[in-house]
Structure formats: C-alpha cells, structure tokens
Design a protein around this ligand. Structure first.
Ligand SMILES: NC(=O)c1ccc[n+]([C@@H]2O[C@H](COP(=O)([O-])OP(=O)(O)OC[C@H]3O[C@@H](n4cnc5c(N)ncnc54)[C@H](O)[C@@H]3O)[C@@H](O)[C@H]2O)c1
Length: 413
C-alpha cells in the first residue's frame, strides 16, 4: 500500500479506539485556559486527560494535581508519571508519546505554530488555541503545516464563540441574508487588565516575561491579536470574508507596568463591498467592567451579538434568542480562562463535543487556514495601528513581519 493508502486508514483504526471509547488527551501548557479546556473535554466528552506537559515545574505540578483529582472524580486513573513532561522539549516528548491521541496546545501564542508543527507531524489530532501565529512569518508557516495534515487527523482552533448556541443561530440567519445588504458593523472588546502572574515578581527577566506573556507583544501578539481576535473572528465568519484593508490608531495611554502591549485600539476594517467594521478595544483597569460584541446594520435589519445581553435581529426577519429574552442582563463577568456565563455559557462544551465527534466519526476538521485568516486580519489592524496609516491585505502579506523571542527557550532546561 502506498502513502496515500495509508493516509486513508480510518482514524479509529489508526489510533486504536472505537467510536465511543476514550480519546486520550495530552495537555501542553497547564495554565488558566489550558486547564479549563481540558477539564471541559473530560467532563463533556469521551476524552480523558492522560498526559500533561509544561515548561515550568510548578505549572506542571498544579496541572497534574488538578487532573488527578478530576480523573478520580470521573472514576479514571491518575496520570502516569511517565506521561508528565517538563521543560523546553516537553512538547516534543508529548508528541512522541504512544499513549496520546489528541494534543491540546495551550501555550502562549508565540509558541503555537512551533508546537502545531510538531503535533501535526506526530499524526495525532490537535486542538490549538488561538491565535494561529503572532506574525506574518508564523501565519505563512502555519498555512504550510495545514497542507501536511493528513485526512485522518482532526485539527481545531480555539474559536469556541462560534459554537455558542445563540451565536451559532444568529450567524446562520445572517449568512442566510436576514439583514439584507450590509452597510456597516460596530465591534468592541472592553476588558479588564491582565494581572501579574502570581509569584512571578522578582523572577529573572526572561522568566518574568514568559510568565507575564500577556503583557508582551512578541509573546502574545498584543491585545488585538490575542484577545480581540474572538470578535474579529465572528465578524469574518458571519460575513464569510476577510478585510481587504484597515486603518487604525491606539496606544499605551494608561498602563505603566512592564511590557509593550497597547491598552487601546481603534480600527476600521474594510470588507468586500465597502462594508466597514468600526472596532474599538481597551484592556486595563480593575473596575469589574467587561463588554464585548458586534452590532450589524443592514438594509433589512440590525443584529445585536453581545457576549452578555439580548441576542437578536430587529427588522424584516425579527428574531431573538429566547433564553436571553426577558432574563436579566448580567454584568458580563470577565473570565480570564474564557469560561464565560451569558451567551457564551455553552460555547466550550459545544466546541469540545463537536471536535471529539469529528475524531470519533472520522469526519475530520482542518481549521488551520481559517484560524490563520482571522489571525492575519488582526495583524492587519495591528500593523495599521503601529504605522498610523492604511494597510492593505496584500501589503501585510508582502511585508513578512516577524517578531523575535529575544532569548533561547533552552535556558529553561
Ligand atoms: N479561547 C479563549 O477564550 C482563550 C481564553 C484565554 C486564553 N486563551 C489562549 O490560551 C493560551 C494559554 O493561555 P492561558 O491564559 O492559559 O495562559 P497561562 O499563562 O495561564 O498558561 C500558559 C502555560 O503555558 C506554559 N508554557 C509557556 N511557555 C511554554 C513552552 N514553550 N512550552 C510548554 N509550556 C509553556 C506556562 O508555564 C503556562 O503553564 C493562549 O494562547 C491564550 O491566547 C484562549
């Protein structure tokens, strides 16, 4: 049998499990979000967490303890000590591990593409957090990796908002033309500050940067690429398009702590048909204020798509998500691990179920290219902001922008 024949093997045969048996998950990056997503996989799907990997010993130990307790609660075995991988090559060891079917990549954004490359090469299924790349060079590399995903491998990107039932329903209606010809869109993401990683004060410079990667543009991509990306993704998805150009401004007006991420952005993205998204974001303060969403204005109606509050269409084809109608609008509580209440309440559960179904049914996903398109859209806004002028999609790609880590990760061996 040739290589093509081998690739057509059924995923269940290739990975040794039946449709309803456990998918063995290995978590790379035992932080806030990684732990929350792997927990959701374990609680809501047939996946079992069987391996953990992390650069830092304390994070790894906390992850191991958490999943041993969770596994005990779910009537499953603790994680084998041989499936606990520490250090800068932990991702390599996890990828080589025989007892793992699915690698969940929840490391800081700078490492996603490097880790994705190794995970895809291992032949295992992959769940990689957004963003797929922090610069154009990584984005292009990810597109090459996408071509190497074999037909039995399923690769998802962590855009769980698309899976939130009210958002999925609204998107369906908008894609079917419920708003008529679109005129303009408003988008926003107003979030509280990311706080200093507990216990990191006084750590050597490179370690301090790594632990507080959210404050660092090279490690995170900045707030537009790291956090605001969820809203840009929803907009691209609902429009079925990517922006052709952007103008932007923004800066670091309030934050004074270590790092170089901006604390506010104002971006105007132009989509095909001269439809513009006016997007605004902030990330600072600890006042308990959080609000994110989209409003779309078309010839036949207007749609509201907030994280918290009524999800609706007013116009020729009126619609409202009944579970949000009449209920008290919450304050839009911010969740650093992405586990929101309100309209996003079931986003993770649905996302994880759909992904595991894609594995057990053999109906594989390959979401890398779509993930890259959204990441590049955010990079377009970031580049326009940094250059303080209009940047087109073609210019972004031609520029080949790249960020460097500035130190060797091996120093943490
Ligand atoms: N989808 C969402 O809603 C959502 C929400 C929050 C975060 N995220 C994403 O999830 C990812 C993780 O975010 P987080 O909040 O959990 O961060 P975190 O800092 O809490 O966790 C990151 C973990 O990765 C480890 N790590 C760092 N560099 C590593 C390396 N080179 N190799 C192995 N391990 C390494 C750290 O020690 C840490 O345990 C990020 O990409 C972030 O953008 C997504």
């Amino acid at each position: 049998m040739g290589a093509a024949g081998l690739m057509l093997l059924d995923a269940r045969t290739a990975f040794g499990y039946e449709a309803n048996s456990a998918v063995r998950l290995g978590l790379l990056g035992c932080g806030n979000r990684g732990t929350a997503v792997a927990t959701s996989f374990a609680e809501n799907t047939t996946a079992r967490v069987v391996a953990v990997a992390d650069l830092f010993g304390n994070q790894l130990a906390a992850g191991k303890k958490h999943f041993d307790e969770l596994n005990a609660k779910l009537g499953q075995s603790p994680i084998d000590e041989k499936a606990v991988f520490k250090g800068p090559h932990a991702f390599d060891e996890l990828a080589a591990s025989q007892g793992v079917d699915l690698i969940q990549i929840s490391t800081p954004p700078f490492f996603h593409v490097q880790h994705l490359e190794r995970a895809v090469a291992s032949g295992k299924h992959v769940y990689v957090e957004k963003p797929v790349g922090i610069d154009v060079r990584q984005a292009k590399q990810a597109l090459e990796i996408a071509k190497r995903v074999n037909p039995n491998q399923s690769v998802d990107v962590g855009f769980q908002c698309r899976s939130a039932p009210p958002i999925a329903e609204l998107a369906k209606r908008i894609s079917a033309g419920a708003l008529g010809k679109l005129a303009s869109i408003e988008g926003w993401y107003f979030a509280p500050a990311s706080i200093e990683h507990p216990g990191s004060a006084g750590a050597p410079k490179d370690e301090y940067r790594l632990r507080n990667w959210l404050w660092d543009r090279a490690l995170s991509g900045d707030i537009l690429v790291e956090q605001n990306i969820h809203i840009i993704d929803l907009c691209n998805w609902m429009l079925g398009a990517k922006p052709v150009k952007a103008t932007a401004s923004g800066g670091r007006n309030v934050l004074t702590h270590f790092g170089d991420c901006w604390d506010n952005y104002q971006v105007v993205f132009t989509y095909p048909g001269d439809v513009r998204l006016s997007f605004s974001s902030t990330q600072f303060g600890v006042y308990g204020f959080f609000d994110a969403g989209l409003r779309m204005f078309g010839a036949d109606g207007t749609a509201a798509c907030p994280y918290a509050g009524p999800m609706l269409i007013k116009g020729a084809q009126p619609w409202e998500w009944t579970e949000s109608a009449g209920t008290e609008v919450s304050s839009g509580q911010f969740a650093a691990n992405g586990a929101f209440e309100d309209n996003l309440k079931y986003a993770d559960r649905e996302k994880e179920r759909t992904f595991i179904d894609s594995i057990t049914s053999g109906q594989s996903h390959n979401q890398i290219a779509a993930g890259v398109e959204t990441a590049l859209s955010c990079m377009l806004g970031r580049m326009a902001g940094l250059r303080r002028r209009e940047v087109t999609w073609e210019e972004l790609l031609a520029h080949g922008e790249s960020y460097e880590l500035g130190f060797e990760i091996e120093e943490f061996d």
